[in-house]
Design a protein around this ligand. Structure first.
Ligand code: GDP
Ligand code: IMO
Ligand code: MG
Length: 422
């Protein structure tokens, strides 16, 4: 059976830490979508060293857990090589525990250039993409032009590359993009030689064989449900299905094989990049959340926009994903606040609603809040549910009452051991 850990908001919920925590209970951890737009932060090794993973699944630091980069991922060989070097520095043997689906699509240097050119051309209405080439690579996948990891092993790879590159150059010329990308291409060709030395497998047989053998499999999401290409705040989304359904087509796993869907949500909200964010705070409280929560992008370093918890969006994520339990992260960030607000419904163009609308940017959305007294104590030292501040327990009880899945863990610090079971 397959369990899933995914983000319920706009990404950066702390998925990496939670996957790393649970990975010891699994034989295989698999990424099913996204690419190097993801930045999953882990603290590993005896020195509790910070590592940010972009494409390698967050189970990689556990001996005995193997890791698969699934077909639904878009893979940048350049970033991958750098990440492999970092991970190998901790003594991890990637020849033993990293496997890559031959069906994963490759991010080419021109995809990165196209991402940049498209964003520049949009001016103020840009998506605020990570500029990693994600959108153009998925466009080439659905447009049936893309190159896949398995193609690297073919003698025709260079010819296919040149053909696609020519097509991309025409698009870049249309955009008036003049940056020289020769250095990117040199790096790319060096990196694919490295990629060819890794375990390239048929991912769908690889994972289904494990499932048939009764092995425990964990699927790791990237981004968050509100960035899903279908159900997120389109067009301000990423280009893949970040939700639990993405596990099926991103790994080749049948729906009935999915068991638990663990949703990760911060105790408040953040978003990086453009797009609607109903509970965003444009005031000193928002800045406090950013400062205390160190809310800066793990991939791009951009400041994250911050705001209160949004139960309308969270319940939507519960519904779309079939979430069975919730891990609430960064609860400690709220420790010093006098008051906390939770959005329980929206007023959309003056009408009460408890639903996420089709197009958030076309409406005036006023979040309706319930206000709570803060707990004003250090929750980061708590080791058990009973030790958690009473007011935090009340905050969680309220959230539980409003969502169709219960909060089962509270994360109260970035450290590996800072996770309290409720
Ligand atoms: P991901 O993309 O969902 O894996 O999340 P990121 O790694 O991009 O961002 C989460 C950030 O919050 C990282 O810097 C984590 O180290 C940190 N973090 C995770 N859980 C907690 C927590 O419970 N408390 C605090 N204070 N920080 C946390
Ligand atoms: P993790 O896995 C937060 C956002 C970008 C932008 C939009 C589209 O760390 O949670 P893209 O480069 O995907 O075309 O950008 O999506 N975005 C993320 N925001 N966390 C992420 O990943 C993100 N990956 C993409 O900021 O708004
Ligand atoms: Mg992140």
């Amino acid at each position: 059976m397959v369990d899933v850990i995914l983000g319920m908001q706009w990404g950066d919920e702390g998925k990496g830490k939670i996957v790393d925590f649970f990975a010891k209970d699994y034989d295989l951890v698999a990424r099913f979508q996204g690419g190097p737009n993801a930045g999953h932060t882990l603290y590993v090794g005896s020195g509790n060293t910070k590592v940010v993973l972009h494409q390698i699944p967050s189970g990689v630091f556990h001996q005995g857990t193997v890791n698969l980069i699934g077909n639904g991922v878009v893979l940048d060989p350049v970033t991958l090589r750098k990440e492999c070097d970092t991970v190998a520095g901790f003594g991890v043997d990637l020849k033993k525990n990293l496997f890559i689906s031959e069906r994963a699509h490759l991010i080419l240097p021109t995809h990165r250039a196209l991402d940049k050119a498209a964003e520049l051309s949009k001016g103020d209405s840009k998506i605020g993409s990570t500029l990693k080439g994600i959108g153009p690579t998925y466009m080439d996948k659905t447009g049936r032009n893309g190159l896949r990891v398995g193609d690297l092993l073919s003698p025709d790879f260079k010819a296919a590359y040149d053909q696609l590159r020519t097509k991309h150059q025409q698009l870049l010329d249309n955009y008036g993009f003049e940056e020289d990308i020769t250095a990117w291409e040199a790096e790319f060709f060096e990196s694919i030689e490295f990629l060819k030395t890794l375990n390239i497998v048929n991912g769908e047989y690889f994972i289904n064989d494990k499932i048939s053998q009764g092995k425990r499999v964990l699927a790791e999401g990237a981004q968050g449900s509100m960035l899903d290409i279908d159900f997120g705040t389109f067009p301000f989304v990423t280009s893949s299905n970040t939700i639990s359904a993405g596990v099926c087509n991103g790994l080749g796993v049948a729906p009935q094989k999915i068991r638990e869907v663990i949703g990760v949500s911060k105790a408040y909200c953040t978003r990086v990049g453009s797009g609607p964010f109903p509970t965003e705070l444009h005031n000193a409280t928002g800045e406090e959340l950013r400062r205390i929560g160190s809310e800066f992008g793990a991939t791009t370093g951009r400041p994250r926009r911050c705001g209160w918890m949004d139960l309308v969006a969270l319940q939507y994520a519960c519904m779309i994903n079939g979430v069975t339990s919730i891990v609430m992260t960064k609860a400690d960030v709220l420790d010093s606040f006098e008051e906390l607000s939770v959005c329980t419904s929206y007023k959309i163009d003056g009408e009460d609603s408890s639903q996420v609308p089709f197009q958030m940017t076309r409406h005036v959305i006023e979040p309706q809040y319930q206000v709570f007294e803060g707990w004003k104590s250090d929750s980061s030292v708590c080791k058990s549910a009973a030790e958690l501040p009473v007011k935090m327990q009340e905050y969680v009880a309220f959230i539980n009452k409003n969502l169709s899945a219960p909060v089962t863990y509270i994360s109260n610090g970035p450290g590996r051991d800072q996770l309290v079971r409720l």
